[in-house]
Design a protein around this ligand. Structure first.
Ligand code: SAH
Ligand code: SF4
Length: 371
């Protein structure tokens, strides 16, 4: 039997090591969290980077079984922010030195949507003199679309694989071409080949998911050599097909604890990537995001979506901060981050060190979209 220190001493964790760490309890669990905090301090520092989150639209063509804004749910009024609203949120981010925003929405692939995002990107780039870096989280698109958005100024892309086990993926999505595991994987590869900093992630505590699946997810992140990760607990939504399995789920507290362990292990495994402290963590525990910062996360996404739309962007239930304006959200987060002993990297892009390192090794200069 290995001790936790023997595991930490290994250059590469085996699947058994990952299972040991995911199952750790008592002093081993605390040691895991401590080691993750040490690794964060040494490798990426105690700085947290803000990404202002713009939940651009809840129109979605897909029907993922877990998601509240799936096409099949008629409860929400569907919206798309106006250009003026987007630019107002961008101005807020710029003035407050966030240096970076995320545009997220349901998945749409039609020409009008693709062109709209492209023109918004160009507008944002021109308006902020290239000082605001843009991350997109707009689902699976063709190579041509990704390339157009990259050329228009997007630097990073978040596309969660959701679960890395193809047969589990099939249980969580309709079985058709638009919800195909291999198509999603291909989209991730395309993003990487274009030159995006690529972030992916998984939900934790899903129906039918095992701890071994989570260990495999961690191996997937390592093998794909990701630049950024966003992971969080699965939280059920009453209007979704998966809700019928609610009684078989791990209690929320355990899903939260497993999520913390996933963040901590990933920080130790992939020392210089960016890891988000996600909103879903705060949904379960009011101090969820600070706790994630303490075990390795270094990115937070303050919500810049106009308050009038937030009730309609409920991917899951009990989402926090639905009535908090950007300003309240900012001061609340500042206090929380300082409580966790970190500082905020205002005015810094906070690009993934891992991405920069990989490019240096590969010996080419990535196309710069901003000065
Ligand atoms: N449509 C895009 C981006 C918006 S959805 C996409 O799917 O990639 C963003 C993320 O919300 C998804 O990747 C998923 O991991 C998460 N999500 C959806 N439903 C959720 C739920 N019930 N609990 C926790 N996270 C959820
Ligand atoms: Fe649409 Fe994304 Fe929700 Fe799937 S997870 S239904 S693609 S918004």
């Amino acid at each position: 039997m290995n001790t936790i220190e023997e595991i930490f001493a290994r250059a590469v964790f085996s699947r058994e090591d990952l299972l040991f760490l995911l199952d750790s309890k008592g002093p081993d669990r605390l040691r895991l969290f401590e080691k993750a905090k040490e690794t964060k301090t040494e490798q990426v520092g105690r700085k947290v980077y803000f990404r202002g989150l713009i939940e651009y639209s809840n129109f979605c063509n897909k029907n993922c079984f877990y998601c509240g804004i799936r096409a099949g749910n008629s409860r929400y009024a569907r919206y798309q922010m106006t250009d003026a609203e987007v630019l107002e949120a961008v101005d807020y981010a710029w003035k407050n030195e966030y240096a970076s925003i995320v545009i997220q929405s349901g998945e749409r692939t039609n020409k009008a949507f693709v062109s709209k995002i492209e023109s918004l990107l160009k507008n944002i780039h021109a308006r902020t003199e290239g000082q605001i870096h843009v991350t997109l989280s707009l689902g699976e698109q063709t190579r041509e679309t990704y390339q157009r958005w990259f050329d228009a100024g997007a630097h990073r892309y978040l596309l969660r694989i959701e679960v890395s086990n193809p047969s589990l993926y099939m249980k969580l999505h309709p079985n058709n071409k638009t919800h195909d595991y291999y198509r999603r994987l291909e989209a991730l590869k395309t993003l990487k080949s274009i030159g995006f900093q690529v972030g992916t992630g998984v939900m934790i505590g899903l129906p039918f998911q095992t701890v071994a699946d989570l260990a495999d997810d961690l191996v997937f992140f390592r093998e794909f050599d990701i630049d950024m990760a966003g992971m969080g607990p699965y939280i059920e939504h009453v209007d979704t097909p998966l809700y019928q399995y609610s009684s078989s789920l791990l209690p929320l507290k355990e899903r939260f604890d497993l999520s913390l362990k996933m963040v901590a292990i990933l920080r130790i495994m992939m020392k210089d990537i960016n890891i988000a402290a996600t909103t879903a963590m705060q949904t379960i525990d009011p101090q969820g995001r600070e706790k994630a910062l303490l075990v390795g996360a270094n990115v937070i996404m303050p919500n810049l979506t106009p308050v009038k739309y937030r009730q309609d962007y409920l991917l899951y239930e009990n989402k926090p901060c639905l009535d908090e304006e950007a300003e309240e959200c900012k001061s609340c987060l500042e206090a929380r981050i300082h409580m966790a002993g970190d500082t905020i990297g205002y005015g810094e892009w906070g690009d993934s060190k891992h991405f920069a390192g990989r490019d240096r090794q590969a010996g080419f200069t990535p196309k710069k979209n901003a000065p």
